[in-house]
Design a binder for this molecule. Structure first.
Ligand code: ATP
Length: 352
């Protein structure tokens, strides 16, 4: 059901800023019959942002291919860090045609699909299908969140596209309704809309906010390549099977919740947990050195972020963050570093 809103000043462009996430607790339950795992997932939104700008027509400075079934460029056509091309598609399940084009710029832009596989495109098409009338949009994505880095960058872009298109098209859907559509696109999408710090259960999409008594500082070590989340889950299953491990039902960690409530970085650092970490380290051995370098250079907590290969280091001061970041770069254990703080809100419209 579309709840239309009447406006006297038509919006022609909406920019949304959306945060990356780090998992403070990622506890993976037994593999289910459908191949997924039940999770207890404590998400924490950090100040590393992608931006998605939705406009009602393709940007003029970009070679945008249009049409409902036009040829889609592959990600390989786009040079890293400065790309621009487009894809289009029809709104799945809707009778009304929807035209979505996309361009991607910024960090590792060349690794992002520029066709209907782009999660932001999928999000716009899903929203258009919900609206049930002909709609069009150009999505310009500016990436800062590492691609396939375990920080849910694709999901973040999907969340941003939902918020931006909802505003651009004047649909008036609530954040809960957008989260509902987002859950159909990927289990990390609802959190990118929710923001803050929250525990997700099920596949991670049922969210409950967790109180946080302060701000936490982070250093992220970005890796050269990416890791496929599906491969990391597969490796996790393989390692558990090989070890004959009895996998317990995952539960929220009380020490972690208490550390968050108290704003206590050292206690939080000691409570960080990621069940996917052994699998990520197995698939990407150099991360062992990255984690060790972080611990040796003042981190009060260190873990692989989600399915990796980004490593997340918790520090207890601003100066500690600066020192750790430069030590990691000097040690040559990462492509680059980013400092950030959390928690921050979910996808937000940037005032024009
Ligand atoms: P997750 O932890 O949610 O699996 P991730 O952070 O490891 O995600 P993403 O950056 O979301 O990884 O990218 C995973 C894959 O999704 C990429 O390899 C890419 O092919 C695809 N993808 C689709 N849309 C996007 C997008 N807008 N930005 C980045 N990757 C995208």
């Amino acid at each position: 059901m579309w709840h239309g809103t009447l406006r006297s000043d038509p919006v022609t462009s909406v920019t949304v800023r959306v945060p990356a996430k780090v998992n403070l607790q990622l506890s993976v339950g037994p593999r289910r019959d459908d191949g997924y795992h039940d999770l207890v997932n404590v998400f924490h939104a950090v100040s590393l942002f992608d931006e998605v700008t939705a406009t009602d027509e393709p940007a003029t400075d970009e070679p945008a291919a249009t049409g409902t079934d036009g040829p889609a460029a592959t990600a390989g056509d786009a040079p890293a860090a400065a790309s621009g091309t487009a894809a289009s598609g029809t709104a799945a399940g809707g009778s009304a045609a929807c035209e979505v084009t996309v361009s991607v710029h910024g960090d590792s832009a060349g690794l992002v699909p520029l066709d209907g596989e782009n999660l932001a495109v999928k999000a716009a098409l899903a929203l258009a299908a919900r609206a049930g009338r002909p709609l069009r949009v150009h999505l310009a994505i500016r990436k800062a969140i590492p691609v396939a880095g375990g920080m849910a960058g694709g999901s973040a872009d999907a969340a941003a596209a939902l918020v931006a298109c909802n505003e651009l098209w004047g649909l008036g859907l609530s954040r809960e309704e957008l989260m509902d559509i987002g859950a159909g696109l990927g289990s990390d999408v609802p959190f990118a809309l929710f923001g803050g710090t929250a525990v997700g259960t099920g596949r991670g999409e049922k969210l409950t906010s967790i109180p946080v008594g302060g701000e936490f500082r982070w250093v992220f070590a970005l890796a050269e390549g990416g890791l496929s989340a599906a491969k990391v889950y597969g490796e996790c299953d393989r390692l558990r099977e090989a070890a004959g491990e009895q996998v317990a039902w995952p539960r929220a960690d009380e020490a972690l919740t208490a550390a968050l409530a108290g704003g206590d970085a050292r206690a939080l650092g000691a409570a960080l947990v990621n069940d996917l970490q052994p699998a990520a380290l197995m698939l990407c051995h150099p991360l062992v050195r990255t984690l060790a370098a972080g611990r040796e250079n003042g981190a009060v907590g260190a873990l692989v972020s989600g399915s990796g290969p980004t490593c997340a280091f918790l520090v207890d001061s601003e100066a500690g963050a600066v020192n750790l970041a430069s030590a990691l770069r000097a040690a040559g254990v990462c492509r680059t570093t980013v400092t950030a703080h959390g928690p921050v809100p979910g996808a937000m419209i940037v005032p024009a």
